[in-house]
Design a protein around this ligand. Structure first.
Ligand code: 5GP
Ligand code: MG
Ligand code: MG
Length: 197
């Protein structure tokens, strides 16, 4: 068990399991995108480890860029996602692959999909290391995902709890005895609709 700030987390997914999932996904990316010269777009901060592992495995021409998004979830109103570092590349006509650490509600992916299509790219594909199908509220197809997880808050392998935990190589899950506090007091980044990075 580990403690980050005020919360306890228990081991959930090992680095070996993560690497195996990335290997599998990368095989598919190599098959599908060999002649597309894809532009990979990593979503900061959470995707940095995943991006580097995918890129190391992609064997054909490709480019990489990053966006940084932050979401502010009010307690009573709808979600608003702000672009902190935007897209500078000319993506017109390109095959773009969005690389996300985790898809939760899908708000971030939906916004990015729209931003990219507005810039006239040829196709947008989504590749995410983790996917929470129970939390997902959008129609956009998740073309590639590494590991499906239940709707619980995780940290490690790039994902944080309030800034901590990104450097952990294994993934940890919020210990359920913390859950009562989360539901009652709702600290940042907990539960459904957690913060985008
Ligand atoms: P969505 O917009 O799909 O609801 O959420 C996407 C973003 O929320 C992710 O990129 C990630 O930054 C954050 N997020 C969602 N679920 C989790 C989680 O279980 N743990 C952490 N650390 N961040 C999460
Ligand atoms: Mg993210
Ligand atoms: Mg976060």
């Amino acid at each position: 068990m580990i403690k980050l700030h005020d919360l306890q987390f228990i081991p959930f997914i090992t680095e070996n399991e993560i690497v195996a999932a990335i290997d599998k996904m990368s095989d598919r990316l190599n098959k599908d995108l060999s002649d597309k010269n894809p532009l990979f777009i990593g979503v900061l901060n959470g995707a940095f480890m995943f991006v580097s592992e995918v890129l190391k495995r992609f064997q054909f021409d490709c480019e990489i860029s990053f966006v940084k998004l932050a979401s502010y979830k009010g307690t009573k109103t709808t979600n608003e996602i702000q672009e902190l570092i935007g897209l500078e590349d000319n993506i017109s006509g390109r095959t773009v692959v969005v690389l996300e650490d985790i898809v939760d509600t899908g708000n971030t992916i939906a916004l990015l999909d729209k931003m990219l299509k507005d810039k006239d790219c040829k196709e947008v594909k989504v590749a995410t290391l983790f996917f929470k199908p129970e939390a997902y509220t959008k129609q956009i197809k998740i073309d590639y995902y590494g590991i499906e997880i239940p709707n619980k808050f995780i940290v490690g392998y790039g994902l944080d709890y309030d800034g901590l935990g990104r450097n952990l190589t294994d993934v940890y899950q919020l210990k359920s005895s913390n859950m009562t506090n989360l539901v009652l007091f709702g600290p940042p980044g907990a539960g459904k609709g957690t913060q985008a990075e």
